[in-house]
Design a protein around this ligand. Structure first.
Ligand code: ATP
Ligand code: MG
Length: 342
């Protein structure tokens, strides 16, 4: 654990554009038109877009003009027109509260395997959101990742999302053996379960960013309903060391989180990120541990859960931030079978 003060102080200096985060809010249409139908996108341009991972309307509608301009070798004003056209074709404007409520009906909730944990979260890990679990080593962040990678494959009636999982592994702690144990406990076909988990080992923060950006193409094809990044910050922390590089790090992190949030929203999937903690030595009252990543991460996560170890296989989960649920704390346990009720 290290001192948080330095990090906190500097983050305010980093010019993070909060507006950027909200700029691309959109809604997902029933049936997406193909990109060839965007005015100004001819067959050649369409081909270039497809080759670079912008093969669907949503990818274009949520891209920046600079990206599209570089890929298609067109001017920024033209790129802006293409993006605007894609946005209007997807009907990405305001919607009424009633529409939003209706859309909430499509939200999936992936069960953790423990009823009390699920109840704490209003039914499970919710799609269309970023859910962050932070805690010290051994607090079960990675165990929960493995369990979700199994549970997402269950039918919806059984607390799953009938989908596959994309697992970005930055600490090289993904263990197929552990998945097998968990699948066996549920009498699920372990080979099938493993073949629906797409693991990307990230070797540094740029590679991590790239793996998530490349996800767009796979999501539809493989019916991905869960994206895991375990852990979000480890590479960012080791790649950007020293005072001068913090603003730069936070900007990259902001973009990375923005990509994850767009994917969660556009494809109605769960994004689960894990995070480390550090101590705040100057704190006199309460728990002196705090998640790393600063305000950027704090604002990006829809739900934040603090995990702690207790006696034996007992673990504690505390909901510390949620848009619509009261804070609370529950006990659950980690056994050979995975995440379970006490
Ligand atoms: P880190 O910060 O180091 O990544 P973490 O929060 O990801 O930590 P996990 O790897 O999820 O921690 O948790 C490890 C703990 O999970 C072990 O200490 C052990 O208590 C429990 N565990 C791991 N595998 C099993 C198993 N097969 N059966 C029972 N418990 C297990
Ligand atoms: Mg871990």
């Amino acid at each position: 654990m290290e001192n948080i003060n330095e990090e906190e102080k500097q983050e305010d200096d980093s010019k993070i554009n909060e507006k950027d985060k909200k700029e691309n809010d959109f809604k997902k249409p029933e049936e997406e038109p193909s990109i060839d139908s965007i005015p100004g996108v001819g067959p050649k341009t369409a081909e270039k877009l497809k080759e670079t991972g912008y093969g669907n309307m949503m990818a274009i509608a949520t891209a920046s003009a600079a990206e599209i301009s570089a890929i298609c070798e067109i001017g920024v004003p033209t790129a802006n027109k293409v993006i605007a056209a894609a946005r209007s074709m997807l009907n990405m404007g305001y919607e009424t509260g009633l529409d939003v409520l209706e859309k909430r009906g499509d939200i999936l909730k992936i069960s953790t395997g423990s009823n009390s944990f699920d109840e704490l979260l209003g039914g499970g890990f919710e799609s269309s959101s970023i859910i962050e679990c932070y805690g010290a080593f051994g607090s079960a962040k990675t165990q929960i990742a493995h369990q979700l990678a199994v549970n997402v494959q269950l039918p919806i009636e059984q607390g799953g999302a009938n989908g596959a999982c994309l697992y970005v592994d930055t600490e090289h702690t993904f263990r197929p053996e552990r998945i097998i144990e968990m699948a066996r406990a549920k009498e699920m076909d372990e080979k099938k379960i493993l073949s629906n988990i797409y693991v990307g080992k990230a070797y540094n923060s740029d590679h991590q960013i790239l793996l998530v950006e490349k996800a767009k193409d796979m999501i539809k094809e493989k019916n991905i309903k869960l994206i895991i990044v375990d852990s979000l910050m480890s590479h960012f922390r080791s790649d950007y060391i020293g005072r001068g590089s913090l603003a730069n790090r936070q900007q990259k992190l902001n973009t990375h989180l923005h990509t994850l949030s767009k994917l969660a929203d556009a494809f109605n999937l769960v994004v689960y990120i894990t995070n480390q903690v550090m101590s705040k030595p100057d704190m006199l009252f309460g728990d002196p541990t705090q998640a790393v990543g600063g305000h950027v991460l704090h604002h990006a996560a829809t739900f934040r859960i603090y995990l702690r170890k207790s006696k034996g296989d007992t673990r504690v989960a505390k909901l510390v931030d949620s848009p619509n649920l009261p804070d609370g704390e529950i006990l659950y346990k980690i056994t050979t079978n995975g995440v379970e009720d006490m």
